[in-house]
Design a binder for this molecule. Structure first.
Ligand code: ADP
Length: 274
């Protein structure tokens, strides 16, 4: 309807322009649909824990003379409150990585520090599941970027590796320098021996709120936003993230990021803010 009306109006200007305008309109529609979906998803994700909290608080009041029940309900309230806190924090992180210009604060960031921080963040969960985390090849490598955002990206990948793996498995983090035409890259690969990802979902897991198994994601405290954050961070750094996975065997997520070359400093590299 609308697209056709536009093409009729601009038809005399040439078919190339018509095509561009129609494509623009389609793109604008797509963006609008994605935005609407996102708002609907956020509302749903917020309503679920808030609804549960409200029911549970009523249950606590009704069970006032049954201390055991009160304790049980309070425990569940704590889980819902944690879920809510995680979601709000990840929403803030996502909006930050979408709106910031990370390269304005870029600096050389040591890969061994990023890796140590990511491992630290998942140490507790890994410990309770008896998962071994091991890193290799990180010495002397530095990436060029925003320290906090890079730490969030790698931290999310390691967290997922631990969350989607059974007990007594291994999570490996391997880094290396790769020669590329546009300047050397640093590759950081996170490998797990976990449940893996079906082929049909591999593209979509980077979308906001997309989960292969929503119940499983929620059970581990997942929000469905982690990989969307990772994708935004690497994109704004001029890098990429890829996934290799076999169902039931494990997954490898690989980050490719620009290297901070020796002697490179922030004055030389500071981009003009646009
Ligand atoms: P979540 O908070 O659900 O973990 P993410 O955006 O980090 O959200 O990941 C999206 C989905 O991708 C997860 O729900 C899970 O289904 C899948 N996924 C991510 N990492 C892994 C992994 N290492 N192994 C298996 N599945 C994974």
């Amino acid at each position: 309807g609308e697209a056709l009306a536009v093409s009729a109006r601009v038809a005399p200007l040439g078919s190339r322009l018509v095509l561009l305008l129609v494509e623009d309109l389609t793109e604008a529609r797509r963006i609008e649909a994605v935005r609407r979906d996102f708002v609907a998803n956020v509302s749903h994700e917020l309503k679920t824990p808030v609804g549960a909290l409200s029911l549970l608080s009523e249950a606590v009041m009704d069970a006032a003379d049954d201390p055991e029940a009160v304790t049980r309900f309070a425990g569940r309230m704590q889980i819902e409150a944690t879920r809510l806190t995680n979601l709000v924090q990840e929403l803030i992180d996502l909006s930050r990585v979408q709106n910031d210009h990370p390269l304005e604060d870029a600096e050389p960031v040591r890969v061994d520090e990023l890796v140590a921080e990511a491992i630290d963040r998942s140490r507790q969960t890994a410990g309770t599941k008896n998962i071994t985390m091991a890193a290799g090849g990180t010495t002397d490598l530095r990436v060029w970027g925003h320290r906090g955002q890079l730490a969030a990206a790698l931290g999310n990948l390691v967290e997922n590796a631990v969350n989607y793996s059974p007990a007594h498995t291994r999570v490996g983090i391997a880094a290396r320098r790769v020669t590329a035409p546009g300047g050397d890259l640093i590759e950081i690969a996170v490998t797990d021996q976990g449940i893996g990802i079906p082929d049909k979902d591999k593209e979509r897991i980077f979308e906001r709120f997309y989960r292969v198994d929503p119940a499983r994601s929620r059970a581990t405290g997942g929000t469905g936003l982690g990989l969307a954050i990772v994708k935004h961070v690497v994109a704004s750094h001029g890098g990429e993230v890829t996934v290799w996975s076999t169902e039931g065997q494990g997954s490898t997520f690989t980050l490719r990021l620009p290297e901070a070359a020796a002697g490179r400093d922030r004055t030389q590299d500071r981009r003009t803010p646009s």
